[in-house]
Design a protein around this ligand. Sequence first.
Ligand code: GLU
Length: 442
Amino acid sequence: MTTARFAPSPTGRLHVGNIRTALHNWMLARQSGGTFVLRIDDTDAERSKEEYVEAIREDLAWLGLAPDREERQSSRLDSYERAFARLRDEGRIYPAYETQQELELKRKIRLGRGLPPIYDRAALEMSDDKRAAKEADGVKPHWRFKLDHEQPIRWDDGIRGAQKFDPAQLSDPVIRRADGSWLYMLPSTVDDIDMGVTQVLRGEDHVSNTAVQLQMFTALSARPPAFAHEALLVGKEGKLSKRLGSLGCDAFRERGIEPEAIIALLARLGTSLPVEPIAERETLLETFDLSTFGRAPAKFDESELERINTAMVHAMSYEAVRERLPKGMDETGWHAVRPNLVRVEDTGEWWRLVTGPIDQPEFAQEDRAYLREAAQALEWGDDPWGDLTGTLKSSTGRKGKALFLPLRQALTGMNHGPDMGELLPLIGEDEARERLHRAGRE
Ligand code: GLU
């Protein structure tokens, strides 16, 4: 059974990239009957906001990705403190005193010499005297995790395959600031251990973090989870896009995008499986497989989302939407209107063709005579539209557009719209006759 986690920082709303990561982790957990943990990464007290924590919960609920368990880093500080003390005692964490400017200068010098800009471990070599002098000056250290350069880093990535890092080519990461606050790296590892996470799936921007964290798992005598890193989501032009960074559930909701359309698209985007308007999560779960994920960035195309959404709306059952329909609209009404919708929210516009009032166009003399004849010919049987057009076809000799369009315009005020065979019975006999009369007035 898989324990997977989604670990957003509550410093903003979820965007489509986060939603995709959340979904894939949810799927990994659901597929195995395991646990989906929402972990709120709120160690950055200044940037983390309670309103974002709530928004994250609401968005996940709206998407149908509610977690089985929620954890918060801000309530787990004791665990980080314990891990810190242990690693420090074992010589795996050391204090460093450089200022930002000093570090930046070192970076530039190394780059200028054609060396990788990694930290030179000067703090490790610092004499006790020098350290004491710094402390006496009131300089508080930040803390780095000491990578074991003798221990090569390897893992079999669920998406990227065999991965290998030389720890000597990585900087010893800063894990704690001088004010005692935590950076992401160690708390995340401690959490993954304590929460029994068995599978970490995240964006490929975390690949080098994984390299470092693998050594942390070992240093803490824990078995690391399986890791997989998915290619990032980019705009349809293939570039990282600012727009995607702000595109979230609010924008989707506003545009009438159904959560299931987002899920269907994001479940398969960037995989070798076809993106289809699949509303059943079971089907998506059955086919979800990390080995189908490609290494190329996944391209998110808003028009593809619209297409999937439309196809899904056209297939939605009355039961699924009844709460959202205009008053008085029943299942027959929904079925009549559904094929014309782009969004469920547009139902009201089409339903007004039934309830009226409608706006009829001005008809030419000849069409007005035709519509008067139609008002006379209208009979109310099982299929009033079929009967009416059948009768008019033989009595007037009209066919095609000339036969149908004036009728549709008179009855609905529109040039196109739902199937008239379904719509006319909903308009009702009296109202239909009245509309035809009105349109045919001399
Ligand atoms: N809070 C981190 C982020 O949003 C979590 C990364 C992870 O999944 O470990 O990038």
